[in-house]
Unconditional design. Structure first.
Length: 322
């Protein structure tokens, strides 16, 4: 059967161009219908984790009039990190990747961004930061993931105007937006769902950096859990890739974001401008409060908030948005 290429949003600066994706064996996993209800939605979600990847597949990137060859890793993941000499245009642009099956070319289009010149960058978690997921309750999280389709999934009130204001902060032109990244412990299996959800709610278009893909039903039942070190590594990479930006980090207190962001601030003491942590329980967590106070002692503006209206007011107060 023909392989399936899944491409993700890539990114570039003035020296390097990075795009990536997965190659799968053909299955119904790629045909998830986001508006199916109850059992059909649950079946579609489960199929997203019952996938088979292709290791060592020949993958070709079309770039600047040349074709660059690589091979997929054991989990079907492939990545191109290409040094560039020519000036890439700012904003979103297309790229093309292909593979071959029995002499037939299979070609897919992806998109990448070279952010417009500016001073601000934004890195946000997903689950319980803007998408209501109940990660503190594993059974409730799985229930919602299985039984609530994209139209039934909830977004926190006030997130959209806050994120939209952040994306346009300091910009005079409508199409020139600030750089946005969504970094999460959700797996690549859920990429398409997350993209559709953010589009549905008109959140800023962003590069997504997720956790290693899963390929079994057992993996589904621990989705989004386990070690979160990959988030630290990915955030560190972004800050190093665009070192001239002043970053705002947005997360929640359901798992490790306060401590993760505390570590990021320690390593990048002049790069992080502000940290926002959403309160997900009935009361604020003592350990999160201590981490946030420590972040604040390093000269970083902080906001530990229950409602997004508090975060918006804080952003106005520190001049992050007008």
């Amino acid at each position: 059967m023909k392989p399936i290429l899944k491409l993700y949003r890539g990114y570039a600066n003035d020296q390097e161009f990075i795009v990536f994706g997965h190659v799968f064996k053909q299955s119904t996993a790629g045909n998830y219908e986001f508006e199916k209800k109850r059992f059909k939605n649950a079946r579609s979600i489960l199929r997203m984790f019952l996938i088979k990847t292709i290791a060592n597949a020949d993958i070709y990137l079309e770039h600047n009039g040349t074709r660059i060859h690589t091979k997929s890793l054991k989990d079907g993941y492939f990545k191109f990190c290409i040094p560039i000499k020519e000036e890439l245009a700012h904003g979103w642009a297309d790229y093309y990747v292909s593979t071959f099956y029995e002499g037939e070319e299979i070609r897919e289009k992806g998109t990448y961004i070279r952010p417009y010149e500016g001073d601000l960058g934004f890195i946000s978690d997903i689950d319980d930061t803007f998408l209501v997921s109940h990660t503190r309750n594993m059974f409730k999280k799985i229930y919602i993931l299985l039984w609530k389709n994209i139209n039934k999934r909830k977004i926190f009130e006030g997130v959209v105007p806050h994120y939209q204001a952040l994306s346009t902060s300091g910009r005079n032109k409508k199409d020139e937006l600030n750089a946005f990244f969504y970094v999460s412990s959700s797996e690549w299996n859920l990429y398409k769902f997350i993209v559709k959800f953010t589009e549905k709610h008109e959140l800023p278009r962003a590069v997504l950096l997720l956790k290693d893909i899963k390929t079994s039903l057992m993996d589904f039942f621990v989705t989004g859990r386990g070690n979160h070190n990959h988030k630290f590594d990915k955030i560190k990479h972004i800050l190093e890739f665009y070192p001239h930006l002043q970053y705002t980090l947005l997360g929640d207190d359901s798992q490790h974001d306060p401590f993760l962001y505390e570590d990021v601030c320690k390593i990048f003491p002049v790069t992080v401008k502000a940290v926002y942590i959403r309160q997900t329980g009935h009361s604020k967590k003592e350990k999160a409060i201590l981490a946030i106070k420590n972040i604040e002692s390093m000269g970083v503006a902080t906001c530990y908030f229950k409602d997004s209206s508090e975060a918006i007011e804080h952003s106005k107060r520190i001049g992050l948005i007008t």
